[in-house]
Design a protein. Structure first.
Lengths: 113, 112
């Protein structure tokens, strides 16, 4: 079946540097994408979403980029802080609004102080 | 604003005992409701979802069942727990259409 996958399972970044977490998706019909952050022992927390009619969307210190040509999604975190250490999941919703999201396997981001 | 409540936060149960995890959502109507399970250090496995009262879709055949007795209440149950049922159980809700999922804080279940 089609699924969302991640390029890197772990990522270590120096505090203050920018982080880039990547995600590949295989369903060309997907038109809505979401990034989640999950801290240890907690539920995933919504960070930012993007629809397929956009290439870029910015939030507070985060930017999501969508490249539909190569079916690639990325999350950029500016000036990474220790509190950004967590597992990050991408998710897609493509078939209909009620179809469950398809989650990637997750990338663990470790911030080095 | 909408909130989701999930309890208990942790649970230790013996093999063969029953299970009932409850999830309620406040501040919205007719949400889509979901149960996920997450093994340690792993991704999210969808177990059940519901788009309306009494409507349950099962994604993975297993030792668990789900029910939605009220619009904003979603219950995960088992008649007899197995060791393999241990994990982190997450309830989530979303509105229909292109909308993000909102997760509860999860229940850590340990079957001994």
């Amino acid at each position: 079946g089609e699924s969302v996958g991640l390029h890197l399972p772990t990522l270590s970044v120096q505090e203050g540097d920018n982080s880039i977490i990547n995600c590949a998706y295989s369903n060309s019909a997907s038109d809505y994408f979401i990034w989640y952050k999950q801290e240890s022992g907690k539920g995933p927390q919504f960070i930012i979403d993007i629809r397929s009619n956009m290439d870029k969307r910015q939030g507070q210190r985060v930017t999501v980029l969508l490249n539909k040509t190569v079916k690639h999604l990325s999350l950029q975190i500016a000036a990474t802080q220790p509190g950004d250490s967590a597992v990050y999941f991408c998710a897609e919703n493509g078939v209909s609004g009620n179809t469950p999201l398809v989650f990637g396997k997750g990338t663990r981001l470790s911030v080095i102080a | 604003s909408q909130t989701i409540h999930q309890w208990p936060a942790t649970l230790v149960q013996p093999v063969g005992s029953p299970l009932s995890l409850e999830c309620t959502v406040e501040g919205t109507s007719n949400p889509n409701l979901y149960w996920y399970r997450q093994a340690a250090g792993r991704g999210l496995q969808l177990l059940f979802y519901s788009v309306g009262i009494g409507q349950i879709s099962s994604e993975v055949p297993q030792n668990l069942s789900a029910s939605r007795p009220q619009d904003r209440q979603f219950i995960l149950s088992s008649k007899k727990l197995l060791l393999s049922d241990s994990g982190f159980y997450l309830c989530a809700w979303k509105l229909g259409g292109r909308a993000p999922l909102h997760f509860g804080n999860g229940t850590r279940l340990t079957v001994t």
